[in-house]
Design a protein around this ligand. Structure first.
Ligand code: DX5
Ligand code: ZN
Length: 227
């Protein structure tokens, strides 16, 4: 079943020109984008480094969009409060990171995020089955389905993700919680495939390179938003 609502578009700052972030953020502010996706990488959970709470705090002065922090880090617990203080509105962490002996069980992370009044998401890598999330689902606001291996922007969408999105969508409908939990899809979303992502059940589309490398980022965002 496809989603009747317009998708939330979440441009990913990772795809922006870091030397001109004010201009890039203004494109997002002036578009139909509702969320801004902020990828945090620690070079441990993923083989890349991005940026930290200081940059998020600076961007906060230039945008009223919903700040969606995606933690791709080995120890999400220690990173939560710095991003809450920096102005995050939602934080997602990877379920795979919670297997590490350095971190805390998912329920503790969820409680900490919610206690601070933020929306909470849990992310799963392409090879991680959705079933692993079922026991947490009633406590969270969104599921982040990674459609590329986390770590880098500009990769190609992994086609098997469509099946995973549909599986999640159907499960949420069956459980009668479809209106309580959103499905975010992250990675490789382009003008050529965004409609299929929406048709499969995607509610929040994260797009980095397609938005910021396009000639007209505002138009690209608005096309995706219009379905
Ligand atoms: C990948 C990140 C994505 C990335 C998406 O690890 O989580 O959010 O920025 O970038 P594109 O749209 O270029 O695949
Ligand atoms: Zn991301």
């Amino acid at each position: 079943m496809s989603n009747a609502k317009n998708p939330i578009i979440a441009p990913s700052v990772l795809g922006a020109d870091f030397s001109n972030l004010q201009k890039e953020i203004k494109f997002c502010n002036d578009s139909e984008a509702e969320w801004l996706h902020l990828d945090i990488m620690d070079q441990q959970f993923v083989p890349n480094l991005s940026f930290g709470p200081g940059l998020v705090k600076s961007l906060r002065q230039h945008s009223k969009l919903f700040f969606d922090v995606h933690l791709m880090v080995s120890n999400p617990f220690d990173m939560l409060l710095p991003f809450v203080d920096a102005g995050a509105n939602g934080i997602s962490f990877h379920i795979e990171a919670t297997e590490s002996r350095f971190t805390f069980p998912p329920k503790i992370l969820i409680n900490m995020i919610k206690k601070n009044g933020l929306k909470c998401g849990i992310a799963i890598k392409p090879k991680t089955p959705f079933s692993i999330l079922k026991k947490y689902i009633e406590f969270i606001d969104y599921i982040v389905v990674m459609s590329v291996e986390p770590g880098f922007g500009g990769q190609s969408f992994i086609p098997s993700t469509f099946q995973k999105i549909s599986e999640i969508n159907e499960y949420l409908i069956e459980q009668k919680i479809r209106d309580k939990i959103m499905i975010q899809v992250d990675g490789g979303i382009k003008l050529e495939n965004y409609k299929d992502v929406i048709a499969a059940g995607g509610d929040i589309l994260v797009a980095g390179s397609e938005v910021f490398q396009s000639e007209n980022p505002i138009q690209t965002i608005n096309i995706m938003h219009s379905k």
